[in-house]
Ligand binder design. Structure first.
Ligand code: ATP
Ligand code: MG
Length: 137
């Protein structure tokens, strides 16, 4: 069954949005197969966002991801990669539709509270980066 990597970024954890976000995925009917709270190092954040290393905001983005606890999760279900992205909403919360997580709960792109894998290959790579096989239930 399809799996995706979802993370609540330090701003989402700090703002107390864990239960709100987890409950949206639970209510939809997706299955939680792994979850842990971690403070990633900057090097780890750079690995996670390696596709964006040429972008001007890369360093700030990695500093931010490593600035506090991140709730790392793996969710499973039919279509969970694409539908998870739909639930999350557009990258820039100013353009996210109301009803999406970013649309309802965030305002600026640098503090958009949640990450979701953008395709099957990145989902596979990100799950392997953040979790050991034993941590997947
Ligand atoms: P994520 O990978 O975090 O789920 P995304 O796939 O919607 O987000 P990406 O293009 O992968 O968007 O960008 C990764 C993250 O980099 C964004 O979530 C955002 O926090 C940050 N980011 C993207 N564009 C900008 C920008 N123009 N300025 C500042 N930060 C940005
Ligand atoms: Mg992305």
């Amino acid at each position: 069954l399809e799996r995706t990597f979802i993370a609540i970024k330090p701003d989402g954890v700090q703002r107390g949005l864990i239960s709100e976000i987890v409950s949206r995925f639970e209510r939809k009917g997706f299955k939680l197969v792994a979850i842990k709270l971690v403070v990633p190092s900057k090097e780890f954040a750079q690995k996670h966002y390696h596709d964006l290393k040429e972008r001007p905001f890369f360093s700030g983005l990695c500093d931010f991801l490593s600035s506090g606890p991140v709730l790392a999760m793996v969710w499973e279900g039919e279509g969970v990669i694409k539908y998870g992205r739909k639930m999350i909403g557009a990258t820039d919360p100013a353009k996210s539709e109301p009803g999406t997580i970013r649309g309802d709960l965030a305002v600026v792109v640098g503090r958009n509270i949640i990450h979701g894998s953008d395709g099957p290959e990145t989902a596979k790579d990100e799950i392997a980066l953040w979790f050991t096989p034993k941590e997947l239930v």
